[in-house]
Design a protein around this ligand. Sequence first.
Ligand code: SDX
Length: 432
Amino acid sequence: MSEQKTQPAELKIPGVDEPIELPIYSGNLGPDVIDVGKLTSQGHFTYDPGFVSTAACESGITYIDGDEGTLLHRGYPIEQLADKSDYLELCYLLLNGELPNAAAKTEFVDTIKNHTMVNEQLRSFFKGFSHDAHPMAIMCGVVGALSAFYHDSTDIDNPQHRMITAHRLIAKMPTLAAMSYKHAQGQPFIYPRNDMGYAENFLHMMFATPCEEYAVSPTLAKAMDRIFLLHADHEQNASTSTVRLAGSTGANPFASVAAGIAALWGPSHGGANEAVLTMLEEIGSVDNIPEYVRRAKDKDDPFRIMGFGHRVYKNYDPRAKVMQQTCHEVLEELGVQDDPVLAMARELERIALEDEYFVEKRLYPNVDFYSGIILKAIGIPVEMFTVIFATGRTPGWIAHWCEMIGSSYKIGRPRQLYTGSAKRDFVEVADR
Ligand code: SDX
């Protein structure tokens, strides 16, 4: 819960006699916030493009300390969750605020299993996409289309309706993700199986065919579950903020999550995992790394090292550390010795972390730097990497939506610094 501090902030504005008193609130962890809401009545807006210093909401779901490289989900460190928990247990934690006991966990897993199928009519949506449509374009479309099946029956002010919406999204995203892959392959869709675990079921829907039994490797299923877990939530990132902003108008939650998928697709956000592999392929060999590091530092060169840097983390992204460790485990268990792409990634990381430009700007590998190498080892094609991110991030998106709709919230409506034309009269075309 937030608490107002006794001493307000004082803002002194030239031409305004008295300093403006602004309330300060403290949370349980992290910086205090200064409530600037009343500035408009004083004839001023704050100005913070990209929301670098702006807290847009109060939340109790995830806490990040960028300087320490800390990530907590409902207070539990990501390292402990990755080591001891699993993806569906984390989904329950994000939605409910506490880890489930054995009975609650069994009930939650069974509930999710019973929502994995999608309406058969959704299959026809895929026919409208060309075979080479990017799977993220398909996901934007088909997740948004879920709102057509669950609109009149969803009362967002009913907590039970909000929870079943969360269950439906968590359950159906792997099914739709696998369908977007099968569409590109020209292969028949594979139905979800209730006798399989969440990640195992996803890999089965991705790679099985009706022609023969397909056994999913337990190693790959475990790695896939770990990847979903590491992507589950990340505070008020661009895509989660998009879901909150869309949802703040009272929009359908499936449509709001589709907006989040669109935001995630960008290469500065979730699209970075695909961009890392494309970048490593472009670099081509360890010998070329110094030239690319030089280009990354050149302001006149648009090249950036994808998978490096973060708005919040000015230390190593804790998820990247777990991802790197998982990378080694998976490649070792698969008997992949000296993966050249991994070797190049590790050399790029070593060189960059020693370079004063990256040290001075506090640029470290983020969650996307190693995830693509594991996904490639699992057999996931590069164009599906961001779809995997979207699938993993779904519980975070919908937990934040539930938290917002379940509390007192306002429609999001930022203001602007206007630099356009002053008022002027219309000029007839003959006089222009
Ligand atoms: C995700 O917000 C989240 O939590 C996101 C995420 C999540 O889980 O939801 O963690 C997932 O999106 C991770 C980030 C994935 N994106 C990338 O890896 C793309 C490469 N990274 C950059 O584009 C950048 O670091 C951002 C977009 C991630 C962060 O950008 P910021 O915070 O706006 O910082 P910036 O771009 O202003 O960079 C600060 C400085 C700049 O130099 P100056 O203008 O100060 O001289 O650092 C430089 C940048 O040029 N810089 C880089 C760099 N990233 C930043 N220089 C070279 N290579 C890079 N990768």
